[in-house]
Design a protein around this ligand. Sequence first.
Ligand SMILES: NC(=O)c1ccc[n+]([C@@H]2O[C@H](COP(=O)([O-])OP(=O)(O)OC[C@H]3O[C@@H](n4cnc5c(N)ncnc54)[C@H](OP(=O)(O)O)[C@@H]3O)[C@@H](O)[C@H]2O)c1
Length: 215
Amino acid sequence: MISFDPKSLVDGLLDATIVLSFDRSGFWRHAARFRAEDLEVSLAGKTCLVTGGNSGIGKAAATQFAARGAGVFLLCRSRERGEAAAEEIRRATGNAAVRVEELDVSEKQSIRAFVRRFRPSRVDVLVNNAGVLPDRRVATEDGVELTLATNLLGPYLLTELLLPKLEAAPDARVVSVASGGCTRRSSTWKRSSPAGPTPSTASFNMPARSGPSSS
Ligand SMILES: NC(=O)c1ccc[n+]([C@@H]2O[C@H](COP(=O)([O-])OP(=O)(O)OC[C@H]3O[C@@H](n4cnc5c(N)ncnc54)[C@H](OP(=O)(O)O)[C@@H]3O)[C@@H](O)[C@H]2O)c1
C-alpha cells in the first residue's frame, strides 16, 4: 500500500522555494521532525568514508560514526590536517579504527589512485562532504572549474568507482552534502556543441555506467 505523508509533501514544496528552507524557518521545520533515538544505532563492523573529514560537518559526521563503532576513513587532501583530525576523533571516541587516506576530490587522478589502493572489500557509508565556494574562478589541473570539480564531478566519479564496494555492502548509503549557496552564483556553463558534453565534464573522463575503470 502506498502511504501519503502530507508533512513530506509540504516539506518538499517549501524546500523547493529555497527562501523558506535555506533560512531559520527551514531549520526549525526539519528539526521538529528530528528524532534523537534514530541515532541510537551500532555501526560496529561498518566501513564509513567521509571526504573532507578533517573539519566542519565532515569531521562532526566522522566523529559520530566512530562513536558508534564504525571503521572510519577520513579522505583528505592534506595528510597533515587529516592526521590531526583523526587523532582528535580517536581520543574523543576511544575508537582506534579512524584512518586517513589522501584524496583530492577535485582531481580525477587522485580519485582513481585512491580507489585503486583502497583495500577494504566493501563500503557501507560514503559521505561526499568536501565542498568549496570560491569567490573567483579557479581551474583545477584538469582544467575544470574548481567548484564544479569539487562539489559535483569529483563526488560523482568517486561514487561511480566505489560502486562495486558499495554494492558489496548489505545496506550501503551514499550521502551527498550540497549547499544552497549554489543558488547564489550565476553559471558560466556553456555547451561546446549541441550534442556533445561540456569541455569540463569531457576532461574529467567519467567512467561508463556499467563499472569502474582502472585507467
Ligand atoms: N557550513 C554550512 O553552513 C554549510 C551549509 C550548506 C552546505 N554546506 C556544505 O557542507 C559541506 C561541508 O561544509 P563545512 O561548512 O563543514 O566546510 P569546511 O569546514 O570548510 O570543510 C570543508 C572540507 O572539505 C575539504 N575539501 C575542500 N576541497 C577538497 C578537495 N578538493 N579534496 C578533499 N577535501 C576537500 C576541506 O579540506 P581542507 O581542510 O584541506 O580545506 C574541509 O575538510 C560542504 O559541501 C558545504 O558546501 C555547508
